[in-house]
Design a binder for this molecule. Structure first.
Ligand code: CDP
Ligand code: CDP
Length: 225
């Protein structure tokens, strides 16, 4: 079974996907982490994120690894031999990830990597183009959203916990800018797949959303029998 979860920044995709994966014993694949890893490496190499040739060549010549971690963050992210799980979760990396994700060559390479990862069996994958491009035949497709105020408020709480100083206004601006860039790019933009179920998480708890998605998966599983 393949489950695709897409939606804008801060909708709750990764939090919910991790919990659904744990409950169903599925492999969780965070595709956003792959774009973040490339953004981080590009910066380390002193490359401009807008340089499609340089950034895509960097991706071709190196290796991103997603490793399951049941104790901590559910998934560790490696760039070759370096664990960059924590480094990629900053507002700067969010923005740079969305710039490198706009390059068609980068997306073509990521598509191959992500489809290969999905071959691992039962998977739940989250991102922006999973239901539309990466796994168009996914058994379950969910499009998660929430109001921008709520998404920014969630991100603020998360960053404050990590000691990162920022404001609600700055985060609302960052998220709006990124959603716009992600929705307007030519290749595989952020968009609800025609056959995806829209789930609005505004004002709802993580537990409620997880239960709703488990219910959808169960119904899909039963109707496939
Ligand atoms: O992956 P995505 O950017 O869509 O969002 P996330 O990183 O999973 O969630 C952002 C934050 O919202 C996390 O701190 C979650 O704990 C929180 N959240 C929430 O408060 N209520 C929900 N229904 C879903 C997520
Ligand atoms: O956690 P959050 O929703 O803020 O972002 P993310 O899922 O980690 O993704 C970071 C950036 O990577 C997004 O803003 C997109 O530009 C890009 N991305 C993408 O283009 N396609 C995907 N399947 C996943 C992420």
């Amino acid at each position: 079974m393949k489950i695709a979860i897409d939606g804008p920044a801060g909708a709750g995709k990764s939090t919910v996907a991790k919990q659904v994966a744990a409950k169903l014993r599925f492999v969780y694949i965070d595709t956003g982490a792959m774009y973040r890893a490339l953004a981080w490496a590009s910066q380390q190499e002193g490359l401009a994120a807008i340089d499609e040739h340089a950034v895509s060549t960097l991706l071709e010549k190196n290796r991103i690894k997603l490793q399951r971690d049941d104790q901590g963050d559910a998934q560790r992210v490696w760039w070759n031999e370096e664990d960059i799980t924590a480094e990629i979760r900053t507002p700067q990396m969010s923005q740079l990830a969305s710039i490198v994700a706009g390059h068609p060559r980068v997306r073509a390479l990521m598509l191959d990597l992500q489809r290969a990862l999905a071959e691992e069996g039962n998977v739940i994958m989250d991102g922006r183009d999973i239901g539309t491009h990466v796994l168009p035949d996914a058994d379950v497709k969910i499009f998660l959203t929430a109001s921008i105020e709520e998404r920014a408020t969630r991100r603020l709480a998360e960053l404050q916990q990590k000691g990162v100083e920022t404001s609600l206004e700055a985060l609302m601006e960052e998220i709006a800018e990124r959603d716009k860039r992600d929705s307007e790019r030519e290749v595989a933009p952020l968009k609800q797949a025609e056959d995806a179920i829209l789930v609005d998480t505004t004002g709802r708890s993580i537990e409620q959303i997880v239960d709703q998605i488990l219910h959808i998966c169960q119904k899909t599983g039963e109707s496939a029998k």
